[in-house]
Design a protein around this ligand. Structure first.
Ligand code: HXC
Length: 510
């Protein structure tokens, strides 16, 4: 090999220099090349564009030209499947993005789109390279545009492994999933600007740390202890997805008996319909090997979303969580579930809803915050999804929430109910207070009258048989039959294809 090539390669591998790499490691972070080696199957990562440099000669940048310009781009195998990636190198100008850097990212995104493979971005960046001015802004916008074009065509996953500041946040925000390491942070404007404008005193963590974006803002989907944990999670997440929207998700050989019936499901519900139970455990008892990868588990916990397999086939799960706010639907839970439903639909992953919902959360904060349009989002998402769709009414399905949560009427293929399911416009007390207001108030004993009318209402609606008699519920099943029944139904509708009238796109209430 020529010594010039050797020298250049060595310089490139050192990024911003040994000192900067040591600083990076001291912060508990890997270098960009170490990350590539940790993510891809051993020896499979192939880099392109290592010799790109910026051509900016102002503000001292003429003396800061690093081969590769602060980002490593290429492709490799993850569990034997092709994946493209770009990895920011914080040791070079703080991973800041200029035009040459952006062009490298765009090139890799274009290649991923041509081939139809997932793309992973490893973010560790101070944002727009300030010295490059509008060139940086143009570079970002070119990337954002590609993120949008790729949305729904190839899976896009963002890892935030350090700062993700300013313009750096929007590309991850458009991608399908964001994984943050515990020490990472994301913000549009940093603590200094915040202090100047709003007088609030916050540090990086309090402003945009991993816990903020996983618990409060809903921007991130996962938090990882450290980078190794993060890359293990990343590989697992990818294992559920097809490479692109024209493929089916990868089915694997399942060791879990498709006919397995878990007897404990028959007694999982408490005797009182007011009492909560563990919906996560219910899901684990039904899916293959109890393996359920929950998404956004720290945010809007009244709804549970996540990925699992049934007889080896990846499926997306949406379930109310009776342990949080009784599983009611509110603004955040509708947003959370709607985006997940749309992701599953983009990538041909069948959807299963486990329904136990007392309705929408009442109150001014919800009404003023626009629960109407947020709830409509979830309704729209389930309704427009063309993948095989299933729902199981576990206990309550009240009011509008019954319609919204994958009901037969908005296109579900199979709807089942457990024997104690209650399907009604509202709970019996509230219902009687409205429809029998006069009878109750005129009665000699209003409490007795209310209780009697309530019992009649409950007898009529606190069971799934009225809905089943109308064909809205395809069958009432014993809880322990849920797994085999879902697997059999999935087989019977797996080839579902839906043709819709041509249109540019719908107008989901965002
Ligand atoms: C150019 C930058 C940079 C940037 C960091 N550096 N951010 N260079 N443009 N945006 C450089 C630093 O000058 C330094 O160079 C090196 O990267 C490492 O930075 P440090 O500050 O020493 O590191 P650290 O203490 O770890 O702090 C990291 C940081 C901080 C928190 C990210 O650098 C920071 O606050 N940067 C600015 C963040 C920001 O406000 N970005 C928004 C840009 S505007 P030397 O030579 O000393 O090693 C934007 C809007 C675009 O992005 C909108 C598009 C839609």
């Amino acid at each position: 090999m020529s010594s010039e090539l050797d020298k250049k390669r060595m310089a490139h591998i050192l990024g911003g220099g040994k000192e900067k790499q040591d600083q990076q490691r001291k912060k508990g972070k890997l270098t960009a090349f170490e990350r590539a080696n940790a993510i891809f199957d051993a020896g499979t990562f192939v880099e392109i564009d290592p010799f790109v440099v910026h051509d900016c000669n102002e503000f001292g940048l003429e003396n800061k030209k690093n081969l590769g310009d602060g980002v490593i781009t290429g492709y490799g195998l993850i569990d034997g499947r092709l994946v493209y990636s770009f990895l920011h190198d914080f040791t070079v100008l703080g991973g800041s993005l200029g035009l040459a850097f952006a062009s490298k990212v765009c090139k890799i995104m274009d290649l991923a789109m041509k081939q139809g493979t997932p793309i992973i971005g490893i973010n560790d960046s101070g944002g727009a390279r300030i010295q490059e001015g509008v060139r940086s802004l143009a570079g970002y916008a070119e990337i954002f545009h590609r993120n949008v074009q790729a949305s729904g065509v190839i899976p896009q996953i963002s890892v935030i492994a350090g700062p993700c500041a300013g313009g750096a946040v929007y590309s991850p925000a458009i991608t399908d999933f964001i994984i943050m390491t515990k020490s990472a942070y994301m913000f549009i404007t940093g603590p200094d600007v915040v202090r100047e404008v709003t007088k609030e005193q916050v540090d990086f963590n309090a402003l945009g740390g991993a816990s903020i974006h996983n618990e409060k803002s809903g921007v991130a989907h996962f938090v990882a202890e450290d980078e190794q944990d993060c890359f293990t999670l990343l590989r697992k997440l990818l294992s559920f997805f097809p490479s692109n929207n024209l493929e089916n998700p990868p089915c694997i050989e399942s060791e879990d008996d498709p006919n397995r019936q878990d007897q404990e499901l028959n007694s999982i519900l408490p005797s009182s319909p007011q009492k909560p139970y563990d919906m996560h455990e219910l899901i684990r008892k039904i899916v293959d090997n109890r393996d359920f990868l929950e998404v956004q588990r720290h945010w809007a916990k009244n709804i549970i979303i996540g990925l699992a397999r049934l007889n080896g086939n990846p499926v997306g799960i949406v379930a109310n969580n009776p342990q949080v706010l009784a599983g009611v639907l509110d603004i955040d839970s509708c947003d959370k579930a709607a985006r997940f439903v749309r992701f599953c639909d983009c990538f041909n992953m069948p959807l299963i809803a486990f329904v136990d919902v007392p309705g929408f959360l009442p109150g001014t904060s919800q009404e003023w915050g626009g629960i109407i349009r947020h709830g409509a989002k979830l309704l729209y998402a389930f309704s427009e999804a063309t993948v095989p769709k299933f729902s199981i009414i576990i206990r309550k399905a009240y009011g509008g929430a019954y319609c919204v949560l994958n009901s037969k009427h908005i296109g579900a293929d199979y709807n089942f109910a457990w024997p104690n399911a209650e399907i009604a416009v509202m709970g019996h007390e509230a219902a009687c207070n409205i429809i029998f207001k006069k009878e109750i108030s005129e009665s000699a004993n209003p409490d007795k009258k209310r209780a009697k009318l309530g019992d009649d209402y409950r007898t009529k609606f606190s069971n799934p048989y009225v809905a089943a008699s109308l064909g809205y519920i395809d069958d009432v099943i014993e809880p322990k039959q849920t797994r085999p029944r879902l697997i059999s139904s999935l087989k019977s509708i797996y080839k579902k294809r839906v043709n819709r009238p041509h249109r540019k796109h719908g107008n989901i209430p965002v």
